[in-house]
Ligand binder design. Structure first.
Ligand code: FAD
Length: 508
């Protein structure tokens, strides 16, 4: 290490973000740099981040976590995607699976060929039938993709549902075993360098001072350092993302434990259902301008499929992001950096990305501003691409049964999203604004699921022999159906996974 190397990192906050930052920093810096995490016994954590994207596996793998140990200690279940119910119109049901619809065909994305077949053949099955993730989810089956020789029955991925509190504890033990220290106390003061404005120390309510060189602000919505001290500013997206409230409640486990999240559109928002091993997580995300807290609570409790295990917990939020999440020597992660809303389980994913970028652009005590600029450029783009994807879910509604949905259908949307929707409607194509964000099949699943049927498809597809194409597609569908039917029941797979049992694969 150079003599300008950072030797003291202070992480403010011990929620999911704080411990997700502490674990890889302690792992990489070991005892060469003191990593301290401060958490307040008086200020709780949000603790409701339970559904993830497949990238959580890369984060876990980078830490070297044993998947069986992780599944056991966090009461995790597997997640193949999200089932959307009553989105678009009441009675609608479709699946946003992790992965593609089979494989590319004659150089084209699978949906292009499907669009031609759907036009030429009556009763063409839904595109979901070519998604291994969707077909397995429908039958409550689960098997990880093969990986070695990816083919049509392996073109999918998976994430996890887990207990966020247990995950934070798991990472805490990991980080502390690698030298991180935990300080209990509530920060009541922040000291800054008189000339540079850099944060030099935080002061706890019992008078203790904790000095540092790099501060990672994981203090939740309040953004104690990034906003409270450094006034980074907040870009408010509530004009595009109308929900601002949530109620969360756990319920008793019911069988089967499904390998997917369910999102059901409601009159003024939506409800989630996230199955874990020991319980089910439920919540209602809504706009308090269109329904009362009382009504939202009643709607949530009425939709539970097991007994409520607690009183619903109320949460409020303003969707948006910090204008800059790295300012001077403070980097904000998690809710202190922004919150898009939980519809596509992207918050933990954005924490993974933020921690990864911080490690990639790790500063020394010179804190070159170019590093902060680059971090802010990349993270700004990531938040915006997630925002567009989620705004699309609301905007593309055909529902006019409540004032909330009429508001969503009429609201203005970001230009970038308007371009994407029209491009798909006219030509079936998807613009990928963010190569590390949601990929083409995710946009296709949501756009088709919400009722946008492209007027055209790629002309290259017309060069293919129609009968052959149809036969080929029918064959692929059968292969997927056969492979999915041979996958184990999710509950059985989960029980084995927690014991570290690797199932035998059956070739379809
Ligand atoms: P918090 O959990 O709020 O933690 C803040 C920490 O800062 C606490 O430890 C607190 O003690 C500490 N702190 C604050 N002030 C002080 C102080 N003055 N002194 C000392 N310590 C202090 N994400 C997903 O990926 N998937 C989901 O399914 C999902 N669902 C969600 C549903 C809802 C309704 C909401 C609101 C969020 C959801 N999220 C989800 C987001 C997810 O919950 C958060 O990204 C995640 O929990 C990270 O929170 P955090 O650690 O940033 O903040």
């Amino acid at each position: 290490m150079t003599d300008t190397a950072i030797r003291r990192i202070v992480i403010v906050g011990g929620g999911t973000a704080g411990w997700m930052a502490a674990a890889p920093l302690a792992q990489r810096l070991g005892r060469r740099c003191q990593v301290s995490l401060i958490e307040s016994p008086e200020i709780g954590t949000i603790g409701v981040g339970e559904a993830t994207l497949p990238t959580i596996r890369f984060y876990n793998d980078a830490l070297g976590l044993d998947p069986a140990d992780f599944v056991r200690k966090t009461q995790a279940s597997f997640k193949l995607g999200i089932e959307f119910k009553d989105w678009g119109h009441v009675g609608n049901r479709f699946f946003h699976g992790f992965g593609d619809f089979g494989v590319r065909f004659a150089g084209q994305a699978p949906h292009m060929a499907w669009l031609r077949l759907a036009r030429e053949f009556d009763r063409m099955p839904a595109l979901d039938d070519w998604s291994m993730a969707a077909v397995m989810a429908r039958q409550n089956r689960f098997l990880p993709p093969h990986g070695a020789q990816p083919g049509v029955t392996d073109a999918y991925s998976y994430g996890y549902h887990f207990d966020a509190g247990l995950y934070a504890n798991y990472l805490r033990d990991y980080a502390m075993a690698r030298g991180a220290s935990r300080i209990e106390g509530t920060i009541t003061g922040v000291e800054q360098h008189p000339e540079t404005g850099f944060v030099t120390a935080v002061v706890l309510n019992d008078g203790r001072r904790v000095e540092g060189e790099l501060f990672v602000d994981c203090s939740g919505f309040r953004g104690l350092l990034i906003e409270g001290t450094l006034r980074a500013g907040y870009e408010d997206w509530s004009g595009w993302l109308p929900c601002n409230s949530a109620l969360a409640v756990p319920s008793a486990r019911v069988e089967p434990v499904t390998p997917y999240t369910r999102s059901t559109a409601q009159g003024a928002g939506w409800t989630w259902r996230i199955p874990l091993q020991h319980r089910t997580g439920n919540g209602h995300v809504y706009s308090d301008a269109f329904t009362s807290d009382r009504q939202a609570r009643d709607d949530l409790l009425a939709g539970l499929d097991g007994a409520a295990l607690d009183e619903p917990r109320q949460l409020r939020f303003v969707t948006g992001r910090r204008r800059k999440s790295w300012v001077k020597n403070v980097v904000a992660l998690g809710l202190s950096a922004g919150f898009v809303e939980p519809l596509e389980s992207t918050s933990i994913h954005l924490i993974e990305t933020g921690v990864g970028k911080l490690i990639e652009l790790f500063p020394d005590r010179d804190f070159r501003p170019e590093l902060a600029d680059e971090y802010n450029r990349v993270m700004g783009g990531r938040y915006e691409s997630v925002r567009d994807f989620i705004v699309m879910h609301y905007k593309l509604t055909q529902r006019d049964d409540t004032p909330f949905w009429r508001h969503c259908a009429a609201m203005p949307i970001p230009d970038s999203l308007a371009h994407q929707i029209e491009l798909f409607r006219e030509t079936g194509r998807v613009t990928i604004l963010d190569p590390d964000g949601f990929a083409e099949p995710s946009f296709v699943a949501m756009l088709l699921g919400l009722g946008v049927v492209p007027k055209r498809y790629c002309p290259f597809v017309d060069a293919l022999d129609l009968r052959q194409l149809h036969g080929h597609f029918a064959g692929l569908r059968e292969m997927i159906a056969r492979a999915a039917a041979q996958a184990p029941d999710h509950g059985a797979y989960l029980a084995g996974a927690a014991k570290g049992v690797k199932p035998q694969r059956v070739t379809a």
